[in-house]
Every structure is written in C-alpha cells, then in structure tokens.
Design a protein around this ligand. Structure first.
Ligand code: NAP
Length: 289
C-alpha cells in the first residue's frame, strides 16, 4: 500500500488522516504542534520531524494547512516538503488557498519535478470525520485518477473542474456565498429579535421560506444552543473572503457585497471571535451598543 504523508492536523487534517489510517494506509504525519498528532501516533502513524522528511518517505502527500503563507512555509521553507519529495511523486494540496497562489505552488512543484493537485474541500468538521467531504479538483486527469482512491475514503464526491486553479476558484466562490448568507441571516435575526420576535419563531418561519440559504438549517443549533466551538473557525472564513477579494482584484471584478461581508468578519475577528465558529458572527452583530 502507498505510504501517505499528512501535513496539517488541525480540525480538518486530523480527521482526514484518521480516516486514511482506518482504511489501512500507512501514514507519515507532521504537524507544527506535535501534541495534536498524539491520537494518530497511538493508532500507529509514524511521526516525522519535518515536512522534508515526510517528502523523502511518502509516495503521496496531502497538506491541510490554514493559509497560503502556511502552505508556502511548509512547502518551500527550510526543511520544506518540496526539498524532500521524490521526483514524480504527488502533492495533494487540500488547504483553502486562492487560485493564483495554487498556480504558483504548481509551478514551484514542477520545478522540483513533483506533480501537484489543487484539491480543496467543501464540508466542515462533521463531514471530514464521516468521510463525506466534497473534493473540488483542479489538475491533470491522470493525477486525479491516481488520487481518487484517497478521495473516495475522505469524501462522498469528487468534482474535477478543470486545470490547476479551478478547484480553488470553486472553493472560494462557495465560501463567499456561505459567508454572505451567514452574515445576512445573522443580521436579520438580530433585527427581528430587536423588533420583538422570538428567535425560535424567526427560525421556524424564515427557514420555511425560499429566501434563506439551506446552510442556515445546519447552523441553527449552533446559534440556538450558543455553541460556538469551532467547526469552521471564523478567522478562516475571513481569510477566505480576503482571498476572494484578491482574486476579484486580479480579474478586475467589483465585489461590493463580498467586501462588506469581509469587513464584517474582520471586525468580528478584531472583537475576539476569530477562534470561535464562523456562526459567532451572530454574536458579534448582536453586541450591545
Ligand atoms: P485549523 O484547525 O486551524 O488547522 C490549521 C493547520 O495549519 C494546523 O495543522 C496548523 O498547525 C497548521 N499551520 C498553520 N500555520 C502554520 C505554519 N505557519 N506552519 C505550519 N503549519 C501551520 O484549521 P482547519 O479548520 O483544519 O482548516 C484547514 C484548512 O482547511 C484551511 O485552509 C481552511 O480554510 C480549510 N477548510 C476548513 C474547513 C472547516 O470547516 N474547518 C472546511 C473546509 C476547508 P498547528 O496545529 O501547529 O496550529
């Protein structure tokens, strides 16, 4: 069986690695903070001290890191992944990054004769745990075919959307809609409550209209139970909106609605909600004057 390297064992990466482990793949793992790897190590995964060493030993490497900066550091920094990876091996980057950055990574990988897939995911902590992610892929068909057995363990659907950058593009578009739907609903809820309607009534009525995004049904318990433990950290949706804004600039598109939403999440982060779930934007909008 192929040896799989997993780098980035946060909310998503740890669950993805565990599913590969359960499927019987020998795992080589690395995370900046080693404590997060303990469960996987106890279950038999091999801890490796640097991304470079993962590259030297693994046949295929999956990165699930927070930001483009983190991906660049892990891939090209001192003891970086690309300095170690065997020629012609495959790097699957599932971190949410912007299309121009993912293209840059492919070019760098190519200079090391490494194959690259732009492979972000839709779905949060629960789907990652259940192996029900949706892979949004950009890259060569041959590489997609090679990675498909892994995608089938980690996800319920793989969408091959075109060349490098198309996966990142679709992921960004999904998250900008998610953020805008969430901010719009949170604001509506706050306004409805201020005007004297109960939260429960607002949910019951609004969710039965076609104007509310279906995602609101899924996040309803977070708000009703005031459970803001992060499935999807608010700071990462703010990052994704920032990446969308970069792309909008690169393509010369005006995105006023996106930018307003981006700043709502930026302010929520400034007010200390960054490490909470993105649904905590409701709490931010609801802050008393
Ligand atoms: P997370 O729990 O915060 O994990 C982030 C990972 O990146 C951790 O392993 C972290 O290491 C690592 N990291 C950050 N900066 C680093 C650096 N400079 N060098 C090395 N490692 C670094 O985030 P997550 O929720 O798993 O998200 C991971 C990626 O998936 C993000 O791009 C996010 O946008 C995307 N995503 C998330 C969700 C979701 O619902 N959570 C859904 C789809 C996509 P440490 O453990 O040392 O901090």
């Amino acid at each position: 069986m192929k040896k799989i390297g997993c780098i980035g064992l946060g909310i998503m990466g740890s669950r993805m690695a565990l599913n590969l482990q359960k499927a019987g793949y020998p795992l080589l793992i690395y995370n900046r903070t080693k404590e997060k790897a303990q469960d996987l190590i106890s279950n038999g995964a091999t801890w490796v001290n640097t991304p470079k060493e993962i590259g030297e030993q693994a046949d295929t490497v999956i990165t699930m890191l927070s930001t483009p900066q983190a991906v660049k550091e892990v891939a090209t920094g001192e003891n970086g992944l690309l300095h170690g990876m065997k020629k012609n091996s495959l790097w699957i980057n599932s971190s949410t990054v912007n299309p121009s950055f993912t293209k840059e990574m492919e070019t760098v990988a190519k200079s090391y004769q490494i194959r690259y897939l732009d492979a972000p995911v839709a779905g949060t902590k629960g789907p990652a745990e259940k192996g029900e992610l949706v892979f949004l892929i950009g890259g060569d068909l041959e590489n997609v075919k090679e990675a498909t057995p892994l995608f089938e363990i980690l996800g319920k659907k793989t969408l091959h959307l075109g060349g490098i950058g198309k996966g990142a593009t679709m992921k960004m578009l999904i998250n900008q809609l998610l953020a805008q739907s969430m901010a719009a609903f949170a604001e509506t809820l706050v306004m409805g409550e201020a005007m004297g309607l109960e939260k429960e009534i607002l949910f019951n009525v609004l969710l039965n209209t076609p104007v509310v995004a279906p995602i609101v049904t899924a996040i309803r318990p977070k708000i009703e139970n005031e459970d803001y433990e992060a499935n999807f950290p608010l700071k990462w949706i703010q990052k994704d909106l920032h990446l969308s804004a970069i792309s909008a600039y690169e393509y010369g598109i005006a995105t006023p609605s996106l930018n307003t939403t981006k700043e709502i999440f930026a302010q929520a982060k400034q007010y200390g909600f960054g490490d909470q779930d993105f649904t905590a934007v409701y709490k931010y909008i609801n802050l008393k004057k």
